[in-house]
Design a binder for this molecule. Structure first.
Ligand code: NAP
Length: 244
């Protein structure tokens, strides 16, 4: 956690699913939370629910595929707080027209890369100046074990048959962002981590997950608030480190 009295945290895609629970739990842990959502109505309603619980949560409009929206969010955070301590790149999509390499719809693959990778990269670029002003800036990229190149090539892995070329590639690319950020920022106080929340019961998973969003969020929040870490071992599931 930051040395500053109260950590300032931004969570993208926080109007529902895992992101909503991350926002709630970060606030329960004392953070001032900016609840990011692309849709103002959905975002305000989610923030209102958490405010009613007595939590310090503010809705912030941020569509991670829209440069103007991202820039406006960064400017708003700068004006309100002048820094950012925790960035959770949580917003993401899975497209049902994705599939195995031989059949995946290219538009679906493009959309997944655009949101899950380029979106997270764009938000990170815009928030870096604010993160540099933190005593201990932390970037949590919401990845997935499906982004592991090693596991995708391991026939004994339980998800070996989940062949979603677009989604899996987008999370592998997001993992590359984690690795390169840590390399580029090694002489700063900012660290990045890739988190796999497990298979979680949300719209994105088709409500197939065996974990609740709140359970998944607890693990992610723990990573977000963790003070020190090995910059090399930064691809984590609740069971431990994952192979890149
Ligand atoms: P979810 O319930 O579908 O929530 C996804 C969130 O992302 C929503 O708030 C959605 O907003 C937002 N979003 C989508 N596109 C956006 C954009 N362009 N700009 C801003 N926000 C956008 O999914 P979830 O399961 O909680 O997923 C959260 C993250 O965890 C994702 O990165 C996902 O890949 C990752 N993950 C999930 C699982 C799982 O089993 N569920 C497993 C591994 C990793 P709208 O409501 O406006 O659509």
């Amino acid at each position: 956690m930051a040395h500053h009295a109260q950590p300032i945290a931004l969570v993208t895609g926080a109007n529902k699913g895992i992101g909503f629970q991350i926002a709630r739990q970060l606030a329960q842990n004392g953070a001032a939370v900016l609840l990011g959502a692309r849709d103002a109505d959905r975002g305000s309603a989610a923030a209102k629910e958490l405010l009613a619980e007595g939590l310090q949560v503010t809705f912030i409009q941020i569509d991670i595929t829209n440069a103007q929206s991202i820039a406006a969010a960064a400017a708003q955070i700068d004006t309100a707080y002048g820094r950012l301590d925790i960035l959770v790149n949580n917003a993401g999509i899975a497209d049902y027209s994705d599939g195995a390499p031989s059949v995946a719809a290219l538009d679906a693959v493009r959309r997944e890369i655009e949101v899950n990778f380029i979106g997270a990269l764009a938000v990170t670029q815009s928030m870096l100046a604010l993160l540099r002003r933190s005593d201990a800036g932390r970037i949590v990229n919401m990845s997935s074990s499906l982004g592991s190149l090693t596991l995708n090539g391991d026939a004994s892995w339980p998800f070996y048959d989940v062949r979603l070329i677009g989604y899996n590639a987008s999370k592998a690319a997001l993992n590359m962002l984690t690795i390169q950020l840590n390399a580029e920022l090694h002489d700063t106080r900012i660290t990045a981590v890739s988190a796999c929340p497990g298979l979680v019961n949300t719209e994105l998973s088709g409500n197939r997950g065996d974990r609740t969003p709140a359970e998944a969020a607890a693990f992610v929040v723990q990573l977000a608030l963790r003070r020190e870490e090995d910059r090399q071992g930064v691809y984590q599931s609740e069971q431990g480190a994952l192979p890149w």
